[in-house]
Design a protein. Structure first.
Length: 201
């Protein structure tokens, strides 16, 4: 499965981030396997990196008419309330109705079925080969897990060697921009095969 987005309550804003291993645990438990064929699942789950001494209750269900399909849009909600199944189910129905009314549910389902991301030409910048965008800040209500977007790797980055070279360039940019000794807000670098731009806005 692929994580589309993750959001949290405002009450969890301070130190309430889920780490990647806890998300991986949730996706393995509820995104497939035991949760894949069921209509709705309600189960206790421990997220060891978030809180090794406590349990959440996880609700998982598919969204839309594609419930019979193996691949589909799946919603996972976490609650501290043991008896919160009906509230979570009502939240799912409300979200599903909103997504359907806006036409977004069909787009999500099509994206999941298609499996492909988008190409570097999508932003409309000529000769753009690749980019990585990560929002640094947002309003408190919109605080989410650290997320980023980048296009699918296309020529010339189709070989493993070229992909490693690209990721090394990203690592170089990141280390220069976020240097503890001399951080930069803007970096323009001409490499052997690319011209690179890093911009902290």
């Amino acid at each position: 499965g692929r994580l589309v987005t993750a959001a949290r309550q405002r009450a969890l804003a301070e130190g309430g981030r889920l780490c990647a291993s806890d998300i991986h645990l949730l996706l393995n438990l509820l995104g497939g396997g035991a949760g894949a064929g069921a209509g709705e699942v309600w189960t206790p789950v421990c997220l060891p990196r978030f809180n090794p001494d406590g349990y959440f209750y996880a609700y998982a269900a598919r969204l839309g008419e594609e419930e019979e399909e193996e691949e589909g849009v799946r919603l996972i909600l976490l609650s501290t309330e043991r008896e919160g199944f009906y509230a979570a189910a009502a939240c799912r129905r409300q979200l599903e109705d909103t997504l359907r009314a806006q036409g977004w549910l069909a787009e999500l389902a099509a994206a999941v079925r298609g499996g492909a991301g988008y190409g570097p030409s999508r932003p409309g910048a000529p000769e753009l080969r690749h980019f990585l965008y990560k929002p640094l800040e947002g309003s408190e209500e919109m605080q989410q897990l650290p997320q980023f977007t980048s296009p699918e790797l296309e020529e010339p980055y189709t070989s493993e060697e070229e992909q490693h070279r690209l990721f090394d360039l990203y690592h170089y940019l990141h280390s220069r921009v976020h240097s503890p000794h001399r951080p930069l807000r803007l970096l323009y670098h001409v490499a052997e095969k690319e011209t690179l731009l890093a911009w902290v806005s």
